[in-house]
Ligand binder design. Structure first.
Ligand code: HEC
Length: 151
């Protein structure tokens, strides 16, 4: 009965993907927050390594970078900001939709900065320090402009 296993695997995969897609449509605020949290987790790992407060560990750096590369997908992230999606749980500013072009360009730049970093990170800390800094600037530039501080 081996023959059926791939079929079951594909069915499960499709179901998983559909569930993920449904969640993004029904609850974009929760999904974008958890994507942002995943980005935050990587940056919390990488930050102290790049400021040399923690020792360099190639495996740890690779895992954090892979997560960054997974989540820094501008198309996916931008879809999680459908027009007017605001709630008490959201810190997004309404300006996002007044300045959608700028907001999307910031997201595209962010994706590019992460991808540039992904290309040089294997060369070590010093060789990738500038690219890492560019990522941190992308995060903070966007947050300064489009995220409120209040809870
Ligand atoms: C182009 C804009 C943009 C970029 C780039 C961006 N963010 Fe965000 N981020 C936001 C917005 C807007 C929110 C508020 C989301 C909400 O609450 O609706 C947010 C929220 C967050 C949160 C809080 C999530 C929560 O649970 O409330 C974290 C953590 C975060 N971002 C981390 C990062 C990190 C780390 C980077 C860079 C690696 C990054 N973000 C890049 C726009 C951006």
């Amino acid at each position: 009965m081996k023959v059926f296993y791939p079929f079951i695997a594909v069915t499960l995969l499709i179901t998983a993907l559909q569930t993920k897609a449904d969640e993004s449509v029904n609850n974009p605020i929760e999904v974008r927050k958890s994507s942002m949290k995943a980005l935050g987790k990587s940056m919390k790992t990488l930050g102290p390594i790049y400021t040399q407060k923690r020792p360099f560990n190639a495996d740890v750096v690779k895992e954090a970078t892979d997560r960054l590369l997974d989540y820094a997908d501008s198309m996916t992230l931008l879809h999680l900001f459908p027009e007017g999606s605001l709630s008490d749980d959201s810190k997004s500013k309404p300006d996002i939709w007044d300045n959608w072009n700028e907001f999307s360009n910031m997201m595209l730049d962010f994706e590019k900065n992460v991808s540039d970093f992904g290309m040089v990170v294997g060369m070590g800390l010093e060789a990738s320090a500038v690219e890492f800094k560019h990522i941190t600037e992308s995060c903070s530039d966007c947050h300064k402009k489009y995220r409120t501080k209040r809870k």
